[in-house]
Design a protein around this ligand. Structure first.
Ligand code: FAD
Length: 530
């Protein structure tokens, strides 16, 4: 049986997927009946302006004989190699010394799940609450501005990704991406994520998915403890020997997988005090921009806007400013989504984006950010955690500027570009609410300057981006971690053996998929230990 991957088959708007088999048979010049299996591995939209949007497919087919793929110029064909398998586990865990995973975000969850499924039960400790309880806390923040220190958009079951768009795009090429996606589908994610070019789950579905992942892990013999913040790392002669949780309980282990995300500032402070080698790293910051979704659809799809098979349109824009040595780019675009308040510490305002599976809200939003270099925030003390203090400063300014009640400062896009104090901004999707403000006041000057120039450049690429109907809300600071916990090729901290820093907070990932993959990488390293 020959397995072929065929890329570049197109269907026009309105053409049914059912005709794919016929198209492939005619392309290969074989009868339809000889296509034994057909699997769509990728479906994307080509909506370049000025021509009708088309759907582009990549498919895997199996046929019972060899086929000469030459001469089929319109598509690409390749014979598929064997799939890479996840390793089985040779390590033996001493009774009472199961690996401890700290943090129940994508990195911790997938590390824990893989180990559990391979016969190594773990203890997963999470400072936040279970999804159902967390949801109540987050709603109360959005509705009344009451922030709970240990239960918010960043802390709790599922980590920072639970209240997200659930976009699963990643630039990382990794053979285990497929395993992550099938695991998510088995846990209740929509099956289209296996084939969509821009897969997304939506926060409403993600909330059930993370619970199902936890239950799967528990069925394999693992234990999950919520409201269990790790306050100390037990180290003896350069080796991790366990952790201490907030009630003072000591838990012994030889493997601490630390997947605490980028908002666990206290945890990084504790590591620094223990002499764990940390280094500052660049990140990006800026604002969120919101447009009516209809307007974005009109720009991207032109006269085909509103066609039933077309999803709400998205965009990705970049602008290089070589004279300033800065780049401006859009990030985490949420079509049909909401801008949400994501405060993680008292007295700070942070924005981010979220959407439901249907992406049917009337707004489109995206972060518009500028790269921040280490020299921008490092002072004479060269403190490795100075990035945290830097972003905190701007989050506090936003808090104060918007009335100290977790509303966010907002300005119409056109007013920001003209540096003009505006009146009441356009209605927005943001909760808990916005206050008109001059956004330049809550940004480092070079970020504000770069944004002003970059957005003008965006409008050249996507005419209509600058409009009276667009609103900017700030500040967007949690694009990625401003610190890295340095680890060696064996996945362990270079200063403490047995400590496995992992995921976004450790500086090795950014986004749901890459964090999950980093969790898998660490679990794999541990499993291959003799
Ligand atoms: C609103 C929002 C929307 C997003 N949208 C997307 C998107 O659409 N697509 C995408 O790819 N990415 C998105 N992201 C980013 C994505 O969520 C993160 O990149 C990802 O969650 C990082 O995974 P992680 O496991 O490394 O860390 P996290 O998800 O941050 O998880 C870390 C966990 O560790 C816990 N923890 C921290 N300290 C301790 C401690 N001392 N003891 C015990 N537990 C601790 C935290 O409570 C948290 O649950 C979004 C983020 C936000 C905030």
């Amino acid at each position: 049986m020959l397995q072929l991957k065929i890329t570049g088959i197109t269907l026009l708007l309105g053409e049914d997927e059912g005709i794919l088999k016929e198209k492939i048979a005619s392309l290969l010049n074989i009868p339809c009946a000889d296509i034994f299996s057909l699997e769509v591995v990728r479906r994307s939209i080509d909506a370049r302006r000025k021509r009708a949007p088309r759907f582009i497919y990549s498919v895997k087919v199996s046929v019972p004989y060899n086929i000469d793929p030459t001469g089929k110029e319109t598509v690409e064909m390749e014979v598929l190699p064997e799939e890479k398998k996840l390793p089985r586990s040779p390590i033996k865990v001493k009774p009472g010394k199961r690996p401890v995973v700290v943090g129940c975000g994508p990195a911790g969850l997938f590390a824990a799940l893989l180990l559990s499924e391979r016969g190594i039960p773990v203890l997963l400790v999470e400072r936040g609450r279970k999804v159902t309880e967390r949801l109540i806390d987050v709603q109360s923040f959005w509705e009344k501005g009451i922030l709970k220190a240990e239960s918010h958009v960043h802390f709790g079951e599922g980590g920072a990704g639970t209240f997200s768009d659930g976009k699963l795009t990643s630039r990382v090429k990794n053979p285990f991406t497929g395993w992550v996606k099938t695991t998510l589908v088995d846990a209740g994610a929509p099956s289209e994520i296996l084939s969509d070019g821009k897969p997304h789950i939506g926060t409403d579905k993600l909330r059930d998915v993370v619970v199902n992942l936890r239950e799967k892990m528990v069925k394999c013999g693992s234990e999950v403890r919520f409201e269990s913040r790790v306050t100390e790392l037990l180290i003896h002669r350069g080796k991790a020997e366990g952790i201490v949780v907030k009630n003072g309980e000591e838990i012994k282990t030889n493997h601490v997988i630390l997947a605490t995300g980028q908002s666990a500032v206290d945890t990084y402070g504790m590591l620094h005090e223990h002499g764990v080698h940390l280094e500052p790293k660049p990140f990006a910051m800026g604002l969120r921009v919101e447009h009516p979704q209809e307007l974005i659809d009109g720009i991207q799809y032109g006269k085909w806007r509103g066609y039933p098979h077309l999803p709400p349109a998205d965009y990705f824009l970049t602008a290089k400013l070589p004279d300033m040595n800065r780049s401006v780019y859009t990030f985490c675009m949420c079509p049909g989504g909401y801008i949400i308040g994501c405060s993680a510490e008292e007295g700070g305002v942070i924005t981010n984006g979220m959407s439901l599976y249907k992406r049917d809200n009337r707004y489109a939003n995206s972060a518009v950010v500028v790269n921040v270099r280490v020299e921008d925030f490092q002072d004479a003390s060269f403190h490795p955690l100075s990035g945290f203090a830097f972003r905190r400063r701007w989050e506090e300014k936003a808090f104060v500027r918007a009335g100290k009640n977790y509303c966010a400062p907002a300005q119409r896009l056109v007013d920001f570009l003209r540096d003009r104090e505006g009146d009441i901004p356009n209605p927005t999707s943001f909760s808990p609410g916005v206050k008109p403000a001059r956004l330049r006041d809550v940004l480092p000057p070079y970020v504000a300057d770069a944004l002003q120039r970059g957005i003008v450049e965006f409008d050249r690429k996507m005419r209509g981006f600058i409009t009276e109907d667009a609103t900017l809300i700030g500040v967007e600071t949690r694009t990625s971690s401003p610190v890295r916990i340095v680890r060696g090729p064996d996945g362990q901290s270079v200063s403490v053996a047995g400590l496995y820093p992992c995921g976004e907070g450790a500086g090795y990932a950014g986004g749901i998929i890459s964090s999950a993959l980093d969790g898998i990488r660490i679990a794999t390293v541990i499993m291959s230990k003799k």
